[in-house]
Design a protein around this ligand. Structure first.
Ligand code: PA5
Length: 459
């Protein structure tokens, strides 16, 4: 089988014309960042790459899986990186749940404060047939904890002491309130590995427990990501070998390209998926990219788009709006093509008669890809040869590496997300959480300023 590949033909176009990875000023940093990569790997700071947690995961996950296999429903409570990876995998590899006639199992992902839906789940799901999986690396995220308190009460009410058999906690191995809860209530649990922040954790228990529950090939996902990381993990890379391994690595090329885009005023990055079942990878990628790289007034806004649906929606803006967009364009030529049109197409359409439904997807993907390049969007074509679990693991591993390296080239920290903490503190202050006096005062003056007769407009 031919390999998956990145096609760079139209990547350095429009305002990037004349640049290449080799000629980019950012490539001058490959020695320095190669050394950083080596150091951080040794310190265990990049577990999404070398997966030191894999052996333990492969021991622990089957046991938990065994315990939950008899349940019809998994209700996942989590948000951000604790939910988006699971949803992308669910939509990609468990489409049965969205199709007529599905008989279970079912995965329900609660990643919002949506009282209607949470109540609907607690009204309609049979608690005896439901396992609740609470996922939080910090073990203290208010949205997740609040859902847990309500769902725990629901389980207790219906199941008494047996509620404990219906809960699995996925959280830090040592710290946080969920870990304390697991100890106190002797609940089943799986660890989120050290240094594996939410948006980099899809290939740990965070994404793989729900994936395994749906029967997804979770080891294939891990193998795929491991194969992308392998060239950077070879012990022969020590010393300057790492710089040359990095210089050849596709994630480095993506990072240099993304950094050049930002340098040249491309402040949006489209993630256009022409693999219909992988459409939710766009939401996963967007969080990864935005939360990692939106720092210090820098970054590029990820824009997830769905081929072909968005050809009839936002594509007009992509093509003829501001020329501020680069594009990662995802296709797969090995997809199931569905039915042939055959001879019963009306005469006006008879040129379709020897084509398959899936040929339309490929043709429209080609048309859109070409139109984007003609309209000055520098574009990297991410061409997958098949769309199984191994391929998805490769893509996810590649995207995570590219994100980290882009952050390093921007001289920001791609692992934290300090700006979003402020809003969370204000929300907690609003609800009366202690120790937030400054936030209380700020809220009071913010609210006092709002709502003056001058500012209000009825409609
Ligand atoms: O990527 C991240 O780090 C965040 O989006 C987190 O996943 C999100 O805030 C939830 O955090 P936690 O898993 O600690 O509940």
């Amino acid at each position: 089988m031919k390999s998956h590949h990145l096609d760079w033909t139209y990547a350095f176009s429009a305002r990037l014309k004349g640049i290449s990875v080799a000629a980019s000023a950012f490539t001058g940093r490959v020695e320095e960042l190669g050394r950083r990569l080596e150091d951080e790997l040794k310190q265990g700071l990049l577990p999404y790459l070398n997966m030191p947690f894999r052996t333990e995961l492969e021991e622990m996950l089957p046991a938990v899986l065994n315990a939950v296999a008899g349940y019809k429903h998994m209700l996942l409570l989590g948000i951000g990186g604790s939910a988006l990876g699971a949803r992308a995998l669910q939509k990609a590899f468990f489409p049965a749940q969205d199709r007529p006639g599905h008989q279970g199992p079912w995965l329900w992902i609660a990643d919002n404060i949506d009282a209607d839906t949470l109540d609907a789940w607690m009204t309609s799901l049979d608690p005896r047939e439901t396992v609740v999986v609470v996922i939080s690396k910090s073990g203290g995220t208010i949205e997740t904890m609040a859902q847990y308190f309500l769902v725990r009460r629901w389980l207790r009410k219906h199941l008494g002491q047996a509620w404990k058999e219906h809960v699995v906690l996925v959280t830090d191995a040592e710290k946080g309130e969920l870990r304390a809860e697991a100890r106190q209530e002797t609940l089943a649990s799986l660890p989120v590995p050290d240094n594996l922040g939410g948006r980099y954790s899809v290939l740990s228990a965070v994404g793989l427990l729900p994936a395994a529950f749906m029967g997804i090939d979770w080891k294939g996902l891990l193998d795929g990501a491991a194969s992308v990381a392998a060239p950077l993990l070879n012990p022969l890379n020590e010393g300057s070998g790492m710089a040359s391994a990095l210089a050849r690595h596709p994630s480095w090329h993506m990072a240099v390209w993304a950094r050049e885009l930002m340098e040249h005023g491309y402040d949006e990055l489209i993630f256009f998926s022409y693999i219909p079942l992988w459409n939710y990878f766009g939401a996963w990628f967007s969080q990864l990219w935005a939360e990692s790289l939106g720092k210090d007034g820098k970054g590029s806004m990820p824009v997830p788009a769905v081929g072909v649906t968005d050809q009839h929606s936002v594509n007009q803006m992509f093509l003829d709006g501001p020329r501020n967009k680069g594009c990662l364009f995802l296709t797969c030529d090995g997809l199931y093509k569905g039915q042939a049109f055959g001879a019963d197409a009306p005469p006006k359409w008879n040129w379709l008669s020897d084509k398959y439904f899936g040929d339309l997807l490929q043709a429209e993907g080609l048309g859109t890809r070409m139109a984007l390049t003609q309209n000055q969007a520098p574009l990297v074509h991410v061409a997958m040869r098949e769309a199984g679990a191994n391929a998805a693991g490769k893509l996810m591993g590649l995207c995570m590496s590219a994100t980290i390296l882009t952050g390093w080239l921007m001289d920001i920290n791609p692992i934290d997300q300090p700006a979003v903490e402020g809003g969370k503190r204000l929300a907690n202050a609003r609800l009366g959480a202690p120790g937030l006096d400054d936030e209380q005062k700020a809220l009071t003056s913010f609210l006092a300023a709002e709502g003056s007769a001058k500012a209000l407009q009825s409609f």
